[in-house]
Design a protein around this ligand. Sequence first.
Ligand code: 6PG
Length: 258
Amino acid sequence: MILPAFTPPGVLKVFSDLEALSRAAAALVVEQAKAALAARGRVLLALSGGGTPARTYELLGSPPLREAVAWERMHLFFGDERCVPPDDRRSNYRLVRERLVEQVSLPPEQVHAIFCLGDPEAAARGYEELLRRELGEGQPGFDMALLGLGADGHTASLFPGQEPPPEAWVVPVKRAQEEFFRVTLTPTVLNRTRLVVFLVSGPEKAQALKAVLEGGPVALPPPARLIRPAAGEVYWLADRPAAGLLTSVGLAEEGRRG
Ligand code: 6PG
């Protein structure tokens, strides 16, 4: 595979459809969880919201994978959250609770949701304190993070043109077009992850994926391009429609590392 001058941030794997992509993502979670458990006795996993990872969470919460993970040693965190009630259909916590947490034996105190309905700024500070306690200050932090990609190149709630202060790990975010606030982890803490896995599905993501993996002129740099763990790896799991515009990176065959 001939890499372009612009070094793409990570390894690309292309799958025929979202189901195949989700099965690969779920298998990666199980694999990374076993490695973390063997090495450190617990697993620190940060999860994405949005629609793409829903099937991955369902697979992890169903046989056989449900039985393959020592859930009692797992700590779930969130890459971002919308500041809405926890049972709101837009809540990332609700997505993970329904598709995964309610299906497995995970101690509730190990599901670290971001509750930010009242005061997003205070919620961000509180979550950052939690992360500094749980992850510590050295390298690396999370064992794994699942992230999505927006059509504008955003990831978590890191949106183009809204650069968080470099020292912050968690910040509140407000978008003009949304009535609610969000709270998001920043590249500073996400780049302390051993393995970041982006899940990208659908033709509407093709332009953003091309901008992130192949560089090229864009109005506003895609924030997903900022996710480059200093001591970790990035896998991009894309289905064929999302990978449809990629050229110089080369399309990995399904299931084979790019
Ligand atoms: C969120 C997510 C966000 C998401 C992308 C892709 O809270 O909205 O964290 O970053 O991953 O917007 O969303 P889809 O998977 O629904 O396309």
